[in-house]
Design a binder for this molecule. Structure first.
Ligand SMILES: [Mn+2]
Length: 309
């Protein structure tokens, strides 16, 4: 982190990169970083792979530049929430041409692809790490930055419900709320602001959940044809994997989403299965949390995500 602080202090023009298919943690973290850098008098621009998804649009009306391959003039490139170069994807030329590169992330599979890397797998989110970095960097927090960080943490913890939440997560959130942010509205916009068409599609998918091994493995599939029927883009169908995950008896939940000639696979475990290992075997990435079972049992709780086949 000391090296990252040194690089940031010496930078003038920074490019900030969220991972491909940027989620709430990636976008919230990038917005927080951009505001912090600008408040330090630096030039900072977020380069995204694609337009930001609808549910995150409330965060800012000026979220990101969609990178179209132009030459980007920056001295420092900061990748946030990206586990590897594959997640930097088309923004790789920006990263490669920068004088200094920084990688801040919490995915345990992160392979340290930058000049300076700060990877903390016990952190709930990249937002939680940035809170710590900003303190060391002397960034003056305000309601705007606090709101972005809160959104990032809230998103990656499923509103503080997932096993990646630690005492530090709550202490960070407690400090952020102290900046007079509307945390209830942030949570509502992230998790309870569904599009009616997308809910109708999900209703159809619920009726078509497939079960294997006495229901221990449950799966949903969505193709482009169904998305078209309900008039929504496949990338706007969120949390598919949680549809089978929240059925009683499910140990492993899977979702298959067809989009643009590829099928994306998401995996989640409610029990002892290490689905991150499965995702890795197919070239995906994963998060794994070894936590206690509910009410302090000794077993491990594992959660893995994002495999692509
Ligand atoms: Mn994250």
């Amino acid at each position: 982190m000391d090296r990252i602080i040194e690089i940031i202090k010496n930078s003038k023009k920074c490019a900030i990169i969220p991972h491909v298919k940027a989620d709430g943690d990636a976008i919230g973290s990038c917005l927080a970083m951009r505001t912090a850098l600008r408040n330090m008098g630096k030039n900072a621009v977020i380069y995204a792979e694609e337009p930001v998804e609808k549910r995150l649009e409330f965060l800012s009306d000026d979220i990101a530049v969609v990178y179209d391959g132009e030459d980007v003039d920056c001295d420092t490139c900061i990748a946030l929430d990206c586990g590897d170069m594959g997640r930097v994807s088309t923004r790789e030329p920006i990263f490669k041409s920068a004088g200094h590169t920084v990688n801040i992330d919490h995915h345990r599979t992160n392979n340290g692809f930058a000049e300076a890397n700060y990877v903390e797998p016990t952190a709930s989110s990249t937002g939680e790490i940035l809170f710590e970095l900003f303190k060391k960097l002397g960034v003056e927090l305000n309601a705007e930055i606090a709101g972005y960080l809160y959104a990032a943490i809230c998103f990656d913890t499923g509103c503080f419900a997932y096993s990646n939440v630690s005492p530090k997560t709550f202490m960070t959130a407690a400090e952020l709320i102290g900046y007079d942010i509307n945390h209830a509205e942030i949570a509502r916009r992230l998790f309870e602001c569904e599009d009616i068409n997308s809910e109708m599609l999900k209703a159809e998918l619920i009726s078509r959940i497939s079960s294997y091994y006495d229901g221990k493995l449950r799966m949903v599939r969505v193709g482009e044809a169904e998305c078209e029927k309900y008039g929504i883009r496949p990338e706007d169908v969120q949390d598919l994997v949680n549809i089978p995950r929240r059925i009683r008896g499910t140990e492993i939940a899977a979702s298959l989403k067809q989009s643009g000639g590829e099928i994306r696979v998401s995996l989640r475990s409610n029990g002892g299965a290490d689905v991150a290992e499965v995702a890795l075997r197919f070239g995906g990435g994963g998060l794994l949390f070894h936590r206690r079972n509910a009410f302090g049992g000794g077993g491990a709780y594992c959660e893995g995500m994002r495999g692509s086949v």
